[in-house]
Design a protein around this ligand. Sequence first.
Ligand SMILES: [Zn+2]
Length: 378
Amino acid sequence: MINRPTSRSKSKMKQLQKGQRKYMRQANQAAPDDDTPTPAFLPPVRADIIQSAQGDVYKVEDPDYVEPETHKLVTYQVHGDQITDPTFEMVPDDLAAEAQDIEHQQEAWKLFATLIPPESRQMISQFVVMTDGKDETIAAVDYADDDPTHWALEVDIADLDDKDALVFDLVHEFAHLLTLNETQAAIDEELAKNPDDQTLLKNKAAHCPDYFTGMGCSRPGSYVNLFYRRFWRQINAEWEKIDGLQYKDDLTPYYNGLHDFYESHLDQFVDDYAATHPTEDIAESFAYFVFSPKPPGNSIKEQKMKFFYEFPELSMLRDEILKGTCRELSFTTYTKPRNCRRHHVHFRRMGRHSWEGDDDKDASAEFPGKRTPGKWPH
Ligand SMILES: [Zn+2]
C-alpha cells in the first residue's frame, strides 16, 4: 500500500487540497427557527460550516490551470496558547502587507487555539503564515522544520474571510494531527528526510503490518488503523489503481478516476474530497462528525461519522470544538447569541450534556463583548 496524505504532498496531488474546492455556499442559508435534530434542520452555524465544505474537488474547469506558487510569509513558535518569535521570510513586494499583518496572523492562530483545546494540540510547535492567493489551499499541516515529532499548522492569510470554510478546514487539518501524530503512527525518520523516495516508501509500506499512512506505520490500536480496517479494506485495491495515476504527466485520468470512484461509492464518503485518500477520509469524516448531528442511519458514510463516538475522548473533544466554534462564530458571522443557546438545547435533546452548567452564562454573558462584531473578517 502506497499512501501519501495530500497535506504532506508537494507533488501534483496538491492540486486536490481542500482549498481548491469551489466553495458554493449560499449566503444566509435558510434555517428554520426550531431545533429539530435532523440533518435537514441543522442549527444554522453548523449547517453553514458543513455547507462550506461542499464543492466539486475533481472538476478542473480550466484545462490550462497552473497551480499558484505558495509563499511562506512568517513562522511563529507555538507556546501553549501563544505564538511568539516570528521569523519573517523575504517576500515579493505585493505580499509585504500580508507578511506584516501581525494582527490578522494572531487572529488566525487565536481562532485555531479557541477551537482546539491546548491538551489536544501539543504536537504543534510552529504556526506558519503562508499564501497562495485567495482560495486554493486554505490550511495545511506539515512536519515542523525537519523534526517529524513536531508539527506546523499552516494557514493562508488570504483566506480568512470565509470563516465557515476556515473553521471547517482547521478542524480537518487538526484531524490529520490527531490521526497521524506519533502516538498514532510510528514516525519514520528516514522517510521524513526523503519524502519523495518512492522506492523507500514502497519498502517501508511492505514491512508495515498495519495501515501505512505514507509517513509511517500506524499503531495497531490507532484511530486511523481501526478506521482503515473497518472501512477501506474492501475498496483499497480499487482506489490504489487510481491513486497511482497521479504520478503521470496528464492528470486527467487521475481526476476522472477519482470522480468515478466517488460516484460508485456514494454511500461510503461524507463528500467527494474524502474519497481522495484514506487519511483524507478520516480527516473529513472527523470534521463532519464534529459539525453534524449524530447520523440516524447506518450507511457506511454514517458509520464513519459514528466511528468517532466509540471513543469517549473524541466525543469530549467534539464538545470542546463545538463550544469554541460557537464562541468564535456567534457574534461575528452570525449576530444572534441565541444560536449558541439553541445548540445546547439541541444537544440535550440528543442525550448530550456537554455544555450543561455553563450554557446560560456563555450565551448571555460571556459571548457579548467577547469579540468586536465586524472586526473579523475584514
Ligand atoms: Zn487533508
